[in-house]
Design a protein around this ligand. Structure first.
Ligand code: EPU
Length: 337
């Protein structure tokens, strides 16, 4: 079913809670609705998929059509002695999927507990946390190709996943609408506790069960990250920068406590943008209605009443200060419209 609204207020549809409007918004619940929405006579000239609105910053009225998936079914599509494949429609809340997997005793999603957002958004930027990424459990992605008006499927390899990246942010950007995602989860215990203080938190709860890992991750996130229902934000505003190893080594020589993470490429390292912003002196900085979160410098927050432009101005200040302090460019992870 398709529902359409004109001049729609976006405040409740973006986790930054900025007050902007969309000229039109179209809700759909079945993938087949997209054939009609993108038929030759209806085809919108400007459109954007709005999922949970958790990784987006509206800086002005959106004068095109926001396409908003509503289908939220979860079904088991395959099972053997080792694994279960679950298909979830795009509008399923990511954390509902994780909870569902944990309740069924399935391994693979637990470290990704409490990440805000919808299933349909998870492959786009290959969401990740605590040493796990969506790509580790995604089996296939079903999408509608708006140029060919066809329903297509990509395997995990075809999605070309990388750190906060996929084909949906590259070749298929502005072309694909993800309608559902299949996840392959293991029936065999496979705790992944290598990240930070996760192992200690899990041990303190009595050992590496699925429920203990989920609860530990949820607690760590609640301690460090602001609750979007209380204070507007979009999680990490910036990506962790990937730099040449020589650049990282040089910085490390003068900043001993700077975290450096290896990447698949031995000549490149990932730095922690949160650490860079923190050490550049901006953690907890406030500029009117916006600020840098006091417990996690990677997160920009709207204290209430901020416009998208207020957030962008702060983001530019953060980028400039980090560049002046460390010579490192950090780029936004959030989609800016
Ligand atoms: N750090 C600071 N000060 C800060 C923030 C971080 O010194 O204000 C240091 C930490 O002490 C740590 C390092 O920077 O040594 C990394 O920090 P943290 O472990 O908190 O993770 P992150 O790299 O800042 C990434 C993801 C998060 C995810 C966490 C946990 C990105 C852009 N962000 O953050 O994802 O929850 O790891 O795995 O990769 C999101 O994408 O919205 C998100 C929250």
């Amino acid at each position: 079913m398709i529902k359409e609204y004109i001049d729609y207020p976006l405040r409740e549809l973006n986790s930054f809670h900025v007050e902007e409007q969309a000229a039109r918004i179209i809700e759909f619940d079945s993938p087949n609705d997209l054939d009609k929405i993108f038929s030759a006579e209806n085809r919108p000239s400007k459109w954007y998929v709005l999922g949970g609105g958790n990784n987006i910053l509206f800086t002005q009225r959106y004068d095109g059509v926001l396409i908003h998936p509503m289908g939220c079914g979860i079904s088991i599509i395959d099972e053997n002695n080792d694994s279960i494949t679950i298909c979830a429609e795009a509008a399923v809340e990511w954390d509902d999927l994780v909870e569902n997997c944990v309740e069924r005793g399935l391994w693979g999603a637990e470290n990704l507990s409490l990440i805000p957002g919808s299933v349909g958004a998870s492959p786009v930027q290959n969401i990740g946390a605590y040493g796990a990424e969506a790509k580790d459990i995604i089996y296939r992605v079903h999408y509608f190709d708006t140029e060919e008006c066809k329903h297509l499927t990509l395997s995990n390899a075809e999605c070309r996943f990388a750190y906060r990246d996929s084909i949906f942010k590259q070749e298929l950007k502005g072309r694909a609408i993800i309608t559902s995602v299949e996840f392959k989860l293991s029936k065999h215990p496979a705790p992944n506790l290598g990240y930070g203080d996760l192992a200690a938190e899990v041990e303190a709860r009595g050992g590496a069960t699925l429920i203990n890992i989920r609860e530990a991750v949820c607690d760590i996130r609640r301690r460090k990250l602001p609750d979007t229902s209380k204070i507007g934000n979009a999680g990490s505003f910036f990506k962790n920068p990937v730099v040449d190893k020589s650049v990282a080594d040089k910085l490390k020589a003068s900043h001993e406590d700077m975290p450096i993470y290896p990447t698949a490429d031995p000549d490149k390292c990932k730095l922690a943008a949160g650490w860079l912003i923190d050490r550049a002196g901006l953690k907890g900085a406030r500029r009117g209605n916006v600020g840098v979160h006091e417990r996690q410098a990677l997160v920009l927050v709207n204290f209430g009443g901020a416009t998208g432009a207020d957030v962008i101005n702060l983001a530019h200040e953060v980028q400039k200060t980090v560049y002046e302090t460390f010579g490192i460019e950090i780029e936004a992870e959030v989609n800016i419209l």
